[in-house]
Design a binder for this molecule. Structure first.
Ligand code: DAT
Ligand code: MG
Length: 138
């Protein structure tokens, strides 16, 4: 069990002015922000980040959406970070997300679902390294 995970605040939530609200929920749940940046992904970079979904029918839509505007990328620290953060963000489809989760509050749809959260310790490390250099991760 690692104590770090990786998140993105997605273009829908950034465009709708929810960066502050989402960061408040992240801090209130006990996560420390280790590293953070705001940037916009090219379609190539978004495609690389989501390469694991390349064969899924929604891949094109996902890549287009994730490169459509600014995102906030961050590495978060807490005991049991990956599992606890997945609980905090809620189900992929906000229609199934529990009360009190970030997606319940801020997601618009299954595609425009406000936040990303890594699904394993291995992917948390890969995804954190995709956005941040060693110098930034202290
Ligand atoms: P999660 O982000 O909860 O880990 P995932 O890894 O299964 O979900 O999918 C990655 C993203 O792809 C998800 O956050 C939104 C998009 N997506 C997933 N299923 C979708 C669908 N059926 N239609 C449109 N977009 C979808
Ligand atoms: Mg996933």
């Amino acid at each position: 069990m690692s104590n770090r995970t990786f998140t993105m605040i997605k273009p829908d939530a950034v465009a709708n002015g929810h960066i502050g609200g989402i960061l408040n929920m992240i801090n209130a749940a006990g996560f420390r922000i280790v590293a953070m940046k705001m940037t916009q992904l090219s379609t190539a970079k978004a495609g690389e980040f989501y390469a694991v979904h390349a064969e899924r029918p929604f891949y094109g839509e996902l890549v287009e959406f994730m490169s459509s505007g600014h995102i906030v990328a961050a590495i978060l620290e807490k005991d049991n970070a990956v599992e606890d953060f997945r609980k905090l963000i809620g189900a992929t489809n906000p229609a199934n997300a529990e009360e009190g989760t970030i997606r319940k509050k801020y997601a618009e749809s299954i595609g425009r679902n406000a936040v990303h959260g890594s699904d394993s310790d291995e992917n948390a490390a890969i995804e954190g390294n995709f956005f941040f250099s060693g110098l930034e991760k202290f």
